[in-house]
Design a protein around this ligand. Structure first.
Ligand SMILES: Cc1cc2nc3c(=O)[nH]c(=O)nc-3n(C[C@H](O)[C@H](O)[C@H](O)COP(=O)(O)OP(=O)(O)OC[C@H]3O[C@@H](n4cnc5c(N)ncnc54)[C@H](O)[C@@H]3O)c2cc1C
Length: 428
């Protein structure tokens, strides 16, 4: 029987299709270590793996099972660059910093693919991605985006697609035009997650599921992580809780907010070869992005981000099917075999949050829907920082990330209102 995450609704198709998912025991009693890590998603596990293989003692805990947060349940799209187009970054940060952030994301992409290769992980990587516009009037921006990537960012893999090519590659005339990216692709994230946890354990990290951090504090020159199963005393700690931070640490909670995103998997579409015939993943231009792709076995995995009234998987399937039908009317009655949701950790400017939130305690998260490759890389960069190496993590530390307005009580309400406004704007 596939496992049902206690923090996210529905059983994901990834969970149902991962050959094995080993359990890791809860923490037992009080322990002493070099680095304590809270959160067993990509960020925490990559940090644990890279520290342990360099001889650093690590204890990592997760309140659920590894991958129950965003890392095991996402759209699997790697993307290219940061969340914003480089020319948008350039307008506020200047060319040098924008280029450094773009190059860092390329390093992140390579790091993920190299990691999978080095450990012979079958992460079901499929090459190709398309960014498409649901509105007219931005054709020149899309053309410029491909040109700028090639000429200013040394990235020759983008090509502009007119309406005809877009329709052919999507299998629908719903989108107006777009950009195709042949230098990236999509993966089965749970397979990466399970393989990463195994490698971290083999490297010597002490990994514990079903162990909740209740408080992180500095005391007597150490960092103490109080959990529901015992206490971890460490020289330093990494908080890698992303959108699941809750009340654990107030600075992170003020800067990283969860928004719900939902995905549905259809039955295998062998009778619809017109749908995404070349296998690229797709992300559209809505503020509340719709993202979809075909799995390696030919299902449509379709994600949208809306505030549904219920978390019942049947409701999720119906909502997702309605969104699919707007693009593919002939799939109006398509059977959905799995549907699930997760929490995307977002920040106000949609850029990652990296900060020392108390002495020797770093918090990293809030990749804002662009974290599959960045979270893996930031975990590794955190390890580099602990090991005293120069690291690109500084690029994120230097970003100005304002907190969300409102106190703990009003922040979710304000966020809901803002997202509803943007969802409405997407419609008209
Ligand atoms: C539905 C969905 C679709 C997405 N699609 C994409 C995509 O296509 N491309 C992309 O790049 N990004 C996507 N993302 C975002 C991406 O998945 C995340 O950015 C990335 O996985 C973040 O990894 P993480 O390790 O930082 O956080 P998470 O994977 O969220 O891990 C945080 C962990 O912390 C644990 N935790 C929290 N509090 C405590 C505590 N008190 N004690 C112990 N443990 C605790 C949680 O249980 C959780 O396992 C998507 C996210 C979602 C939810």
């Amino acid at each position: 029987m596939p496992w049902q995450s206690p923090i996210s609704p529905g059983i994901s198709w990834y969970e149902a299709n991962v050959p094995e998912r080993p359990d890791y025991p809860p923490l037992s009693g009080s322990v002493q270590t070099d680095v304590a890590i809270v959160g067993g998603g990509f960020t925490g596990l990559q940090a644990a793996y890279n520290l342990a293989r360099n001889g650093v003692r690590v204890v990592l805990i997760d309140t659920c099972r590894f991958g129950d947060g965003a890392s095991g349940r996402n759209g699997g799209q790697l993307g290219t660059g940061q969340r914003w187009w480089p020319e948008e970054f350039e307008a506020t940060l200047g060319y040098e910093r924008s280029k450094a952030l773009f190059d860092m994301a390329e390093n992140a992409k390579q790091h993920l693919l190299d990691f999978a290769d080095a450990h012979a992980l079958d992460i079901e990587y499929v090459r190709g991605h398309m960014s498409v516009s649901h509105k007219s009037g931005m054709e020149k921006d899309y053309q410029a985006n491909a040109e700028i990537a090639a000429t200013r960012y040394n990235y020759p893999h983008l090509s502009f697609m007119d309406g005809k090519e877009t329709a052919k590659r999507i299998g629908s005339s719903f989108y107006k035009y777009g950009v195709r990216d042949n230098g990236t692709g999509h993966i089965q994230p749970m397979k990466l997650l399970v393989g990463l946890a195994r490698q971290a354990a083999l490297a010597g990290a002490s990994l514990h599921e079903q162990t909740k951090a209740l408080k992180v504090e500095n005391a007597s020159g150490n960092v103490i992580v109080h959990t529901d199963k015992g206490t971890i005393t460490a020289e330093r700690a990494l908080i890698a809780c992303n959108g699941h931070i809750g009340n654990l640490e107030p600075i992170t909670a003020r800067h990283v907010m969860p928004i719900r995103s939902f995905i549905g998997a259809s039955r295998i579409l062998s009778d619809h070869p017109d749908v995404l015939p070349s296998g690229e993943s797709v992300a559209d231009s809505r503020f509340v992005v719709r993202y979809f792709r075909k799995s390696k076995d030919g299902r449509l995995l379709f994600g949208g981000r809306e505030a549904y009234t219920a978390d019942n998987p049947n409701d999720i399937s119906n909502h997702i099917r309605r969104q699919i039908t707007e693009i593919y009317p002939h799939l109006a009655d398509i059977e959905m075999t799995h549907s699930w949701g997760g929490s995307v950790g977002i920040t106000m400017p949609r850029q990652p949050f990296v900060r020392e939130v108390m002495p020797r305690v770093t918090s990293i998260g809030g990749y804002s829907g662009h974290g599959v490759m960045l979270s893996n890389y930031c975990g590794k960069l955190y390890a580099d920082m602990v090991l005293g190496k120069a690291t690109e993590l500084e690029l994120f530390r230097d970003l100005q990330i304002p907190g969300f307005p409102g106190g703990m009580r009003f922040r979710p309400v304000l966020l809901f209102l803002a997202l509803s406004w943007y969802a409405l704007r997407d419609k008209f």
